[in-house]
Ligand binder design. Structure first.
Ligand SMILES: Cc1ncc(COP(=O)(O)O)c(C=O)c1O
Length: 393
């Protein structure tokens, strides 16, 4: 049994492409072509060169000595925070802009929560000279202001999503609406392993460079390719999918997924999908979803804009249901403390999303000789005002 996608676009019970008829030609065009395009030698060459020379890959695998000492285990940080634009999101946008060019598209749309995916999309559009429109919830526009300014400076148009919780889910709805209205010339760069097949698989493959590098780097440092555990935060799940990708079918490697518990799982203000979700369909894919008794999507909440989403990608829903992944929920308070602690212990200010992954060490104990790789998905520059307000700095 494999935890990778099957030929029909499913991970176990989850995935598929539940889309309105109007979107069918676009999604089908992508489904038919994505694997062939990704296999092309010229595609691989261009993708790898841009990852190296533009994104700054490989990102370091850093042994966090003081952090490790504190928690009595060996912790390595995969430094996606050092990618150009400050997070893992750019791995995927580089891949998808090359895909869009080969599909002959000249207009790009995207949704964004924390703004990192919006910035990464605006960046590659500037690089290629292609028009870029980013949908972003009104609440997120407020709490991630520096990223809004960056997108504008990069030449993108940022359109506020004003419905629902005015966060990531609503921005995604607006982007899908745009795509339905502009089916011919537009490519939708989805920012996570969500959406209809083939998006979850395509995005996972673009992010898989993370675990590809971990294998090589761990071999150099520890003379083994496999850590005992890989830990990552999960919003939609793209940094996690990339960090797990080459370990999914290696059962000796434990997979730990960290979700946002917001103010507490039972508080009514949370985004802990594995704990609270039931099977449902969101944004074109069957997955676990926070919803009411009658199937209405529950508005999610997290202090972290990037984790503030009521679902998870179908790969993660399957990792949860099958028991392959261990799922842990972390509150706002625990994540904020963990972020401040990393700054003090290691001189690294993490994105609040990544702080959730770092917070698990308080309660989840590891053996002294365990090797635990934490995917540090992004840097905290965009979150400074949230850190400042929270800690009264
Ligand atoms: C730094 C960072 N980490 C994690 C995430 C969550 O996204 P995903 O679960 O797709 O990695 C985001 C989303 O914006 C982000 O900016």
């Amino acid at each position: 049994m494999s935890y990778q996608v099957d030929e029909k676009g499913y991970y176990g019970d989850f995935g598929g492409a539940y889309i309105p008829e109007m979107l069918y030609p676009n999604v089908e065009e992508l489904r038919r072509q994505y694997l062939d395009i990704m296999k092309e030698e010229s595609f691989q060459k261009e993708f790898k060169e841009l990852l190296r020379d533009y994104v700054g890959r490989p990102t370091p695998l850093y042994y966090a000595e003081r952090f490790s000492k504190k928690y009595g285990t060996k912790v390595y940080l995969k430094r996606e925070d050092l990618c150009h634009t400050g997070a893992h999101k750019i791995n995927n946008t580089v891949g998808q802009i090359l895909m869009a060019k080969r599909l002959g598209k000249n207009r790009i749309i995207a949704e964004t929560g924390a703004g990192q995916h919006g910035v990464a999309t605006a960046t590659v559009c500037a690089l290629m000279g292609i028009e870029c429109i980013v949908y972003m919830g009104e609440i997120d526009i407020d709490r991630q202001a520096p990223n809004v300014a960056r997108m504008k400076m990069l030449g993108a148009t940022v359109i506020p999503a004003k419905s629902g919780s005015r966060t990531l889910k609503d921005a995604t709805n607006e982007a899908i609406r745009d795509w339905i209205n502009n089916p011919v010339d537009t490519h939708y760069i989805i920012g996570s392993v969500v959406g209809p097949h083939p998006y979850p698989d395509m995005v996972a493959r673009f992010q898989a460079v993370i675990s590809e590098e971990i294998k090589v780097q761990l071999k150099e440092k520890e003379n083994r390719e496999n850590p005992d555990y890989v830990v990552a935060c999960v919003g939609g799940g793209s940094n996690a999918a990339g960090a797990y990708f080459h370990y999914l079918d290696t059962p000796e490697v434990g997979i730990i997924a960290v979700e946002a518990a917001g103010k507490g799982i039972d508080s009514g203000e949370s985004a802990a999908t594995s704990a609270l979700g039931k099977e449902g369909i969101i944004h074109g894919s069957k997955t676990l979803l926070m919803q009411s008794e009658d199937g209405q999507i529950t508005e999610p909440y997290s202090i972290s804009a990037g984790l503030d989403y009521p679902g998870v990608g179908p790969m993660h829903a399957n990792l949860f249901r099958s028991g392959r992944g261990e799922f842990i929920s972390i509150t706002d308070d625990a994540a904020m403390k963990a972020g401040l602690q990393l700054a003090k212990l290691e001189g690294i200010i993490p994105a609040i999303e990544s702080s959730h992954a770092l917070a698990i060490f308080e309660d989840r104990k590891f053996k002294e000789d365990d090797i635990v790789v934490v995917n540090l998905s992004g840097r905290g520059d965009k979150d400074l005002s949230t850190y400042i307000d929270y800690f009264q700095l």
